[in-house]
Design a binder for this molecule. Structure first.
Ligand SMILES: Nc1ncnc2c1ncn2[C@@H]1O[C@H](COP(=O)(O)OP(=O)(O)OP(=O)(O)O)[C@@H](O)[C@H]1O
Length: 287
């Protein structure tokens, strides 16, 4: 028997949003010996990174503040040019593709939920159609795509509102809808659950889990990361410390070493998906 809570909204939204992915060709991505140096820094922050992301995989990226999650994601979506090594999308260097060719296959949801003065929610999401659109004027089919993406993120009722009047969580959901409207083969999201209430956090991860495209998502919540990931990648000080299925990657020792907290892992029967509780080391434990 399923342990998931009933979600009528989720069931209907996933049905229609899956239409958008009918011609999705999930892509693999690869980092080969990638190094990247922060502007004005003396030495590389990301250094010699190697990683293979399988087509259709859901990879979550975790790590403390400043460990390099965003920097790594920027390398993957053709924002940070590596000083050394290569980033491949289906075995082709992303730097041999134009920005537009890349945007046809990779969609991003960034930490700072978009700025737009005067655009409606509908128009914000319509921008997601740009890389693939053949004409300036949106067709009936384009408008249906936008509506389906808005419905999937539970923001269809806001479509006439001006984007800048939305709450932080509503803006975040609109930006995820825009990425879905782009119908990508790879979806990269940088902390997409920031600002979201717990129900919408779970719904977003559940939705990402059902998408056929490759999904790469950074998260601070280790339980959420472990609940849905095929593999978890752990960053620390610009290095990939581990990349493995949740129970293998997030051991008590690993969590202590990387996040400097003590943890208790809670597992449930019939599921490989753990959750965690945390506490700071007590003086008694230190002794
Ligand atoms: N363009 C830049 N110029 C200078 N320093 C940078 C730049 N981009 C990133 N950094 C630095 O690189 C380090 C890694 O930053 P990054 O944003 O990748 O970390 P993160 O793991 O995503 O952090 P957080 O969890 O706080 O979002 C930080 O110390 C940051 O200040």
């Amino acid at each position: 028997m399923s342990t998931k809570p009933p979600s009528h909204h989720l069931a209907s939204m996933s049905l229609s949003v899956m239409d958008l992915f009918q011609s999705c060709r999930p892509a693999s991505m690869q980092l080969n010996n990638v190094s990247w140096t922060q502007p004005k820094a003396q030495s590389a922050f990301l250094s010699g990174l190697n990683l293979e992301i399988k087509a259709g995989e859901l990879l979550t990226i975790v790590g403390p503040n400043g460990s390099g999650k965003t920097s790594l994601l920027r390398c993957l979506y053709r924002m940070n040019p590596p000083d050394q090594g290569e980033v491949l999308l289906d075995n082709q260097s992303i730097w041999s593709l134009s920005a537009k060719q890349c945007a046809k296959r990779i969609a991003t949801v960034l930490q700072d939920a978009g700025h737009a003065i005067g655009l409606s929610v509908f128009e914000m999401v319509e921008i997601g159609l740009t890389p693939k659109s053949l004409s300036w004027k949106s067709s009936k089919e384009d408008r249906q795509i936008v509506d389906k993406a808005l419905a999937a993120l539970d923001v269809l009722s806001l479509k006439e509102r001006r984007f800048e009047t939305l709450s932080g969580g509503e803006k975040q959901r609109v930006m995820i809808a825009r990425a879905l409207a782009q119908q990508p083969d790879v979806l990269i999201l940088d902390e997409p659950t920031n600002h979201l209430d717990i129900r919408h956090q779970l719904e977003v991860l559940e939705l990402l889990n059902q998408l056929p495209c490759t999904v790469i998502v950074s998260l601070h919540d280790l339980s959420l990361a472990a609940s849905y990931a095929d593999r978890i990648l752990i960053m620390q000080a610009g290095q990939i410390i581990d990349c493995a299925p949740p129970l293998e990657a997030l051991t008590k020792e690993q969590i202590r070493n990387v996040f400097s907290v003590e943890s208790v892992t809670h597992t449930q029967p019939n599921t490989p998906r753990p959750s965690y509780s945390f506490h700071l080391e007590t003086e008694k434990e230190q002794a």
